[in-house]
Design a binder for this molecule. Structure first.
Ligand SMILES: Nc1ncnc2c1ncn2[C@@H]1O[C@H](COP(=O)(O)OP(=O)(O)O)[C@@H](O)[C@H]1O
Ligand SMILES: Nc1ccn([C@@H]2O[C@H](COP(=O)(O)OP(=O)(O)O)[C@@H](O)[C@H]2O)c(=O)n1
Length: 216
């Protein structure tokens, strides 16, 4: 049987980690989990039921109900849901429940690609390859704006930029599992890279790690 390959990808909002994770999963024939969707699903459930985002009991109940097989990317993709997700993501018990589900996904015999904020540090600390994907806040805001416009929505660049900066502060500043690169993560700044260039840079890092592993 083939040795499993686990790739952990972390980074701030709209850095391109999801796009990269999907490309790598495709290339190495691995299943992919966008863990942000699990936090978004909880936020979405709270919003839909009219419960406040700091209602810990309902948030924890919602986390228990999250089913990885039925995460609806389209319904969860709204910018506001991402913002709400980062507010519920500070609740430690909720994180514990979601991390358990994410780890179960990562135990796939062939390996997996997971992207999020704490994959290399908490969810898969033993991943074969860890990537920390960044880009300047301005570039990320521009990408998110184009995302929204491509779905027929309208948004203001300055507002999106302010949201992104604020979300970075919340995600990097929280007590439980803050966003930060794992000590052994490879940093990839995609500010001036096309999607293809980012993929090729990441693939080179993964292939190098695989070659070293095969030699060991
Ligand atoms: N290197 C890149 N250059 C230009 N656009 C990119 C790049 N990487 C991703 N994008 C685009 O930016 C947007 C956000 O990317 P996404 O992968 O969803 O980010 P994240 O998962 O980090 O929030 C998407 O529209 C995607 O197509
Ligand atoms: N592994 C993860 C993934 C997401 N999250 C939280 O969920 C929010 C939404 O994550 P996301 O990955 O869908 O957001 P984008 O980067 O796509 O905007 C983040 O801002 C984090 O607060 C987390 O805490 N841990």
């Amino acid at each position: 049987m083939q040795t499993p390959l686990t790739i952990a990808i972390d980074g701030p909002a709209a850095s391109g980690k999801g796009t990269l994770a999907r490309r790598l999963a495709d290339y190495y024939h691995l299943p992919h989990l966008d863990t942000g969707l699990t936090y978004r699903a909880v936020a979405h459930m709270l919003i839909r039921n009219g419960w406040p985002l700091d209602d810990e009991a309902h948030a924890i109940e919602a986390a228990r109900q999250v089913d990885l097989a039925s995460l609806d990317k389209h319904a969860l993709s709204a910018h506001e849901v991402g913002e709400a997700a980062s507010r519920v993501a500070v609740i430690p018990e909720l994180r514990r429940i979601l991390v358990e589900k994410q780890r179960a996904f990562a135990r796939n015999p062939a390996g997996a690609v997971l992207d999020g904020r704490d994959i290399g540090t908490v969810v898969c600390p033993d991943a074969d390859v860890k990537l920390y994907v960044t880009a300047s806040a301005e570039v990320r805001a521009e990408r998110r704006l184009r995302d929204i416009e491509s779905r027929g929505g309208r948004a203001d660049f300055a507002e999106i930029l302010a949201d992104i900066v604020h979300r970075d502060e919340r995600d990097m500043g929280r007590a439980d599992s803050p966003l930060k690169p794992a000590a052994d993560a490879h940093l990839l700044d995609t500010s001036e890279m096309s999607i293809e260039a980012a993929f090729l840079a990441a693939k080179a890092i993964v292939d190098d790690a695989l070659a070293k592993r095969d030699k060991a």
